[in-house]
Design a protein around this ligand. Structure first.
Ligand code: FAD
Ligand code: SF4
Length: 530
């Protein structure tokens, strides 16, 4: 039997940072590291192939780097016959072999995993020391203090607090740079009719040998899982993640803000950073990201509205969302304030729909593991909200399909921001709109058989139908929300006949797995990604 170790440091797939708190005081002579690839993590939701591949590829690169640095690192690969398939099973095996005096880890990003590891440690009769996650600007305790006594939370107050505390984008008097805290009103432009023009292609990271092995393994062992692997080019090391950051700051940050909400067929990245996955796996430090963006502004390379808009996503939304998750879990996963109980339409797993905007967003999601924020909020999320899909089913889809999906960030975005299932705790109103919003922000409607201006009839846009139907179904609740007053007032202008036609059309969409009846075979269209 090998000699026993002092601390066994547990490293999960989203904790790939050798400077994390779990490694404080690490002594390669008497401590060891444990990592495991387990099927359970790809199956508790139907995890897409690109998502699982990203996690495994990044884990293996981290393993190799740490071993090269002299760490004793115990690693179980997914394809190994002895693999029990669960974190608990693999931890028990490592403990039997290594006989550690103590288990140490940094706060996990998933309530379920934290509880499972606590229970495992208890069952094994070991102390599990969970250390604070320094990756974030705000600790969980700081967020709890911020939330104390507030009935509703709002991003803006927390964001300002963090800007001040961390001295980000402040002028010499300590006020916000440029006089305003928030330049969102400058950040809502679509593209002209001719389109976005030539876009700067983001830096690509073609798979090396380690990643290629993972891609083959995932294709083999998770063959029935959604998503495709041919286009996989995500950064899987800290060095590559840093290169991706530099590339974004130089080439796309200057235009990020202005076109943040725009969508265009066949253009998945536009001016977005593609950094969420690297951040969430901890390959990238958000402080480096925020300072690189601020430095670009100070050097005159990017306008303030873009830089503030980008920093607000990282220092604001990302931190705020995490605080809400840990404040409200585990009951947050179960909330359903709007009483939605519908099933997720089957086309969410295939992209096979006549609705051009959904076909594009879902097609791209399955091919790349990526869609940008407005596609997630105002296309796929908007549709399930207005259709009345059960929030938990929506959450499971989002957690499964995106390469950047880790529960602490995915769940509040879906449950709170997108599906309004928390009744307004996270966001003050439901994000609902007709197809005209999508028409304004994209070119999708031009290639769609539906008409965004119509709410009823054979060619009515399902978003527009479901928008009025949503307002009607929740009229009493929405009328009490001052931010929805105008929308509810417009509903009152619809006469009884129009309401009835909308109701009937919405019912037929629901009865047909979330889609209007199809055009005859042969007229189907494909997206750029299918
Ligand atoms: P950019 O558009 O370049 O934005 C910059 C960065 O800001 C992102 O990389 C991300 O780290 C951060 N950010 C932006 N918006 C948010 C937000 N609302 N919450 C937290 N961080 C934010 N983000 C995830 O990281 N994982 C998820 O699983 C996830 N699920 C989402 C589900 C829904 C329904 C919605 C509406 C949003 C979700 N987001 C999620 C937030 C956001 O859509 C993604 O972070 C972003 O699209 C990732 O692409 P990007 O890196 O190019 O981001
Ligand atoms: Fe989407 Fe409606 Fe526009 Fe078609 S018409 S692309 S369904 S918003």
């Amino acid at each position: 039997m090998s000699k026993s170790v002092r601390n066994l440091v547990l490293v999960l797939g989203d904790q790939l940072n050798a400077d994390s708190s779990a490694f404080d005081g690490f002594d390669p002579v008497c401590d060891a590291v444990w990592m495991a690839e387990v099927r359970e993590e790809s199956e508790h939701v139907w995890s897409s192939q690109p998502r699982t591949a990203l996690f495994l590829a990044a884990m293996r690169h981290f393993r190799d780097e740490r071993r090269a640095a002299g760490y004793a690192l115990h690693y179980m690969e997914l394809g190994q016959p002895a693999n029990t398939g669960t974190l608990a099973g693999e931890l028990a095996r490592a403990v039997a072999e290594l006989r550690p005096a103590r288990l140490v880890m940094t706060e996990p990003g998933d309530w379920r995993v934290w509880r499972a590891l606590e229970e495992s440690a208890e069952g094994l009769g070991l102390v599990l020391e969970v250390r604070p996650d320094r990756h974030f600007f705000a600790s969980l305790e700081e967020f709890r203090i911020h939330a104390l006594g507030r009935k509703q939370l709002r991003l803006e107050y927390f964001y300002r607090e963090l800007r001040r505390r961390h001295r980000v984008l402040l002028d010499s008097s300590g006020g916000p740079e440029g006089g305003e805290w928030n330049y969102d009103q400058d950040n809502r432009e679509g593209f002209p009719k001719a389109g976005p023009g030539i876009l700067p292609a983001p830096a690509a990271f073609p798979p090396d040998e380690t990643t290629r092995e993972v891609l083959a393994l995932v294709a083999r062992t998770l063959a029935g899982h959604p998503g495709r692997l041919e286009a996989f080019d995500w950064p899987v090391t800290a060095a590559d993640a840093h290169r991706a950051l530099v590339d974004f700051i130089e080439h796309r940050l200057p235009f990020f803000g202005r076109h943040q909400d725009a969508m265009w067929s066949g253009e998945p990245w536009l001016y977005h950073s593609r950094l969420a996955a690297a951040l969430n796996l901890k390959l990238l430090d958000p402080r480096d990201v925020v300072s690189a963006a601020e430095a670009a502004y100070r050097a005159g390379c990017a306008p303030l509205a873009s830089v503030e808009g980008f920093i607000r996503q990282i220092l604001g939304w990302r931190e705020y969302i995490r605080g809400v998750y840990w404040l409200r879990m585990p009951e947050y996963a179960e909330v359903n304030a709007l009483g939605a109980h519908g099933a997720l339409p089957g086309f969410y797993w295939t992209g096979d729909t006549e609705m051009a905007c959904l076909r594009e967003a879902i097609g791209q999601t399955l091919a790349l593991g990526y869609a940008h924020h407005i596609q997630r909020l105002m296309v796929t999320g908007l549709y399930t909200l207005m259709l009345g899909v059960e929030p938990k089913r929506v959450h499971e889809w989002y957690l499964a399909v995106y390469v950047d999906a880790v529960e602490w960030v995915e769940l509040p975005n879906v449950i709170g921001m997108s599906q309004h299932a928390d009744g307004g705790f996270l966001a003050s109103k439901p994000y609902v709109a007709t197809g005209k919003y999508i028409q304004r922000m994209s070119n999708h409607c031009a290639g769609c058989r539906f008409d965004p201006a119509k709410a009823a009839g054979e060619d009515a846009c399902p978003f527009t139908t479901l928008y009025w139907d949503f307002l009607e179904r929740h009229e009493a609740r929405l009328a009490a929300n001052p931010r929805m007053a105008l929308q509810v007032k417009n509903l009152a202008r619809l006469d009884a006949g129009a309401r009835q036609a909308i109701r009937e059309r919405a019912a037929s969409i629901r009865a047909n797995d979330g889609s209007p009846p199809r055009l005859p075979e042969g007229t189907r269209q494909t997206s750029f990604f299918t």
